[in-house]
Design a binder for this molecule. Sequence first.
Ligand code: NAD
Length: 286
Amino acid sequence: MLQTFGVIGAGVMGTDIALDLAGYGYKVILKDLHEEVILRAKEKIRREFRVYQLTQKHLKALSVDELFSRIVFTTTYEAFEEVDYIIENVTEHWETKKRVYSELREVCRDDVYYAVNTSCISITKVAALMPRPELVIGMHFMNPVPLKEMVEVIRGMHTSDETVSVAEEFLQSCRKTPVVVNDFPGFVTNRVLMLMINECIWAVQDRVSKPQDVDKIFRMGFGHKMGPLATGDLIGLDTILNSLYTLYEQFNDPKFRPAPLLVKMVDAGLLGRKSGKGFFEYTRKG
Ligand SMILES: NC(=O)c1ccc[n+]([C@@H]2O[C@H](COP(=O)([O-])OP(=O)(O)OC[C@H]3O[C@@H](n4cnc5c(N)ncnc54)[C@H](O)[C@@H]3O)[C@@H](O)[C@H]2O)c1
């Protein structure tokens, strides 16, 4: 039975996943590189827990202390021999992910499952780094995790049927709906979403329209809950850029070339919500 989850990376996704899993009674070890990131993660989980409690029935009866008693915050791999399942959420950058998997294979038991939370990186390529590639699967959570029911589950070339079943059962235990797809650049979600966000950025760059109006067209014209540029800010513009580079390289297709305005914004540190400013401004970072 899966009891303890190692959640690697305490950024936008890792913090929400730790909160969500702990809310469903799982023990979580949340690891990032630096103490300051861990402190920010604690603060974010505490803040967001109160917000999610308003709408999530299962969180209403839980106190913040109970939630925190289920999460170990750390910058080391010390307790990782007790981990049954890894959910990896480090930066969308191949060399960064590669380093993390080379560390995990040294510290985790042989029977541990690995869920790669990635926007576009190949699950098959990550699995090739591991001694048992059949235990590696893609788990593309939607943001914000506690509010989004659908999870795109990606079957790598070597992912076993048992690994898929275990992933589906675990997600259902957290009231998620898994949709299983095959490993291909960007899967279904980001093959389409990244193109759409990028094309909207090109439209702003070409002065066709302002960010507010681009998003208004999608919200009011197409009934989207959130416009593409606000979605880009929510995801993180650095993650959008890295995803576009990956799609561009893997498909070898110029339709994925990032808009120079996106590159410039990332260079300037305008990353969206996590930095306080992207296409729109936010009163609080994170
Ligand atoms: N942001 C989204 O909306 C979203 C949605 C679905 C999937 N994803 C994917 O999830 C992954 C994480 O995205 P994010 O938005 O949380 O990124 P982020 O930049 O907010 O956080 C990444 C975290 O990883 C940490 N990290 C880097 N190297 C590490 C290491 N060696 N060990 C431990 N931690 C390390 C960083 O310090 C940072 O805190 C990416 O692959 C991304 O493509 C993101």
